[in-house]
Ligand binder design. Structure first.
Ligand SMILES: [Zn+2]
Length: 68
């Protein structure tokens, strides 16, 4: 499993959503938009599924890949 990461549209900085997922699970999720509280701006951003990243540990390395 990996961590679901969102990118702040205002600062471009990534942050963890607290959701555990993996690319296979995300592939099964239909396109959608989630309102996520951003720790950088402390405001709520609507984040489209295609803009999420999944962060996984692969062979001891953190790998970021697009969730959709
Ligand atoms: Zn933000």
């Amino acid at each position: 499993m990996g961590a679901l990461i969102a990118l702040c549209p205002d600062t471009g900085r990534p942050f963890e959503t607290g959701i555990e997922t993996d690319p296979a699970s995300m592939a099964l999720t239909p396109p959608c938009t989630a309102n996520i509280l951003c720790p950088h701006c402390r405001s709520i951003h609507p984040i489209a599924k295609r803009d999420f990243l999944v962060c996984e540990m692969v062979d001891g390395l953190l790998v970021y890949q697009r969730a959709a």
